[in-house]
Each structure stands twice: as C-alpha cells, then as structure tokens.
Design a protein. Structure first.
Length: 172
C-alpha cells in the first residue's frame, strides 16, 4: 500500500461486518487511550507468559512505542463505536508473507469482535498489499486464540516446544 496516498500519509480505515467495529491505525495520538487499555488488561495479557512488554507498560513506554515508525508493518487499533478495545498487527516478515498478533480488551472477549476484525484486516491486506499467507504463533494452552484462528481458516503447520505455528493461505 502506498502510505503517501492516504490522508496524512496514514493507513486507510478498515471496516468490518459488525456495525460500529472498525480498525484505524494506532498512532501517537492514541497513547492515553492505549495506555488505559493496557493498564486494565495486564493480567489478561500475561496469563500465558506472552505480551511481556505490554504487561509492564508505563505511559512513557507507550508514547515511545507508538512514536516508533512501524515501517512496512501494519499497526491497527480495533475500535467499537469509537472506543479503543484492542489491537491487531501485521508484520511484514517476508512479504507477501506476514506475521500477525492480536488482542482484545478482556471485557469484549466472547462476542466475535476479534474474528470480525482479523477477517477484515487479512482480506484487506490480501487485496491492498497482495499478501498471500499470514502466520501466527500460539502459545500452548491459548485455546481461545487457536479457536479464533481455526474459525478464520488457519491451519497448524509446525509445533515447537512452547507454541504452535498456524498459517492462513489468502485467496486473491
Ligand atoms: C485471542 C482473543 C483475541 C480471542 O478473542 P475472542 O473474543 O474469543 O475471539 P472471537 O472474536 O473469535 O470470538 C469468539 C467468541 O465470540 C462468540 N461469538 C459471538 N458472536 C460471534 C460471531 N458473530 N462470530 C464469531 N464468534 C462469535 C463465539 O461463540 C465465541 O465465544 P466462546 O469462546 O465463548 O464460544 C482473546 O481471547 C484475547 O485477547 N486473548 C488475550 C491475548 C491473546 O492471547 N492474543 C493472542 C496471542 S496468539
């Protein structure tokens, strides 16, 4: 995608099939809202030993993190009726192959929002960037994440000591 062609050089907003649920790029302007979201989700994010940096987040860390240039990576906030409720990333590991990571505010889990958001973003990435495959690593025991990926059409392709690698082949 040509960042320069989007307003203020930003990524385009990505709608989902759920009314009021959209993805907009996470930027330094989101620092306060993103810190508040992280702060109330420290336990939720750290149950399986993942998200080490996030669970120790400070306002200064969040400002610095969101101020870093994401380069070719896509860093989106999941927003419901304007409120930030989660995050999805696509990492340009080896384009057109991408890695992904995602999380939702604990109080919004169980409503299909992550499915709707991931499905919309991966579809958008296939169309806009020509992405052909998306990979995700899921720590053993993260049943909700594995169930989400299976719903999206991912399949397990490799098993490691601490995690399983899942792959989604995107249909052009
Ligand atoms: C992984 C995570 C994002 C999954 O969130 P989720 O809400 O379970 O995922 P989905 O959006 O697919 O929602 C599925 C749930 O919504 C329900 N649902 C309701 N309406 C739905 C719809 N229209 N479509 C799909 N699911 C729907 C499903 O029945 C399911 O509920 P259940 O698990 O109680 O049966 C969330 O658990 C999370 O943030 N975990 C912590 C961070 C994390 O582990 N990230 C991943 C690292 S690999």
């Amino acid at each position: 995608m040509d960042r320069a062609s989007t307003p203020q050089g930003r990524l385009p907003e990505v709608p989902t099939r759920v009314t009021g649920l959209v993805m907009r790029e996470l930027t330094p302007e989101d620092a306060d809202a993103y810190y508040a979201l992280l702060d109330r989700n420290r336990l939720h994010l750290s149950r399986l030993g993942d998200f080490r940096a996030e669970r120790e987040a400070t306002p200064a860390w969040v400002r610095e993190h969101l101020g870093e240039d994401p380069g070719p990576d896509l860093r989106y906030g999941i927003r419901l009726d304007g409120e930030l409720i989660g995050r999805i990333d696509l990492v340009a590991v080896d384009p057109p192959r991408y890695g992904t990571g995602y999380w939702l505010d604990e109080s919004h889990v169980g409503a299909g929002y992550a499915s709707a958001a991931c499905s919309a973003l991966y579809g958008h990435t296939a169309r806009a960037l020509g992405a052909t495959e998306v990979f995700a690593g899921v720590t053993h025991g993260n049943d909700r994440s594995a169930a989400l990926l299976r719903r999206l059409g991912f399949e397990p392709v490799a098993d490691f000591e601490h995690y399983t690698r899942f792959r989604l082949v995107l249909v052009p």
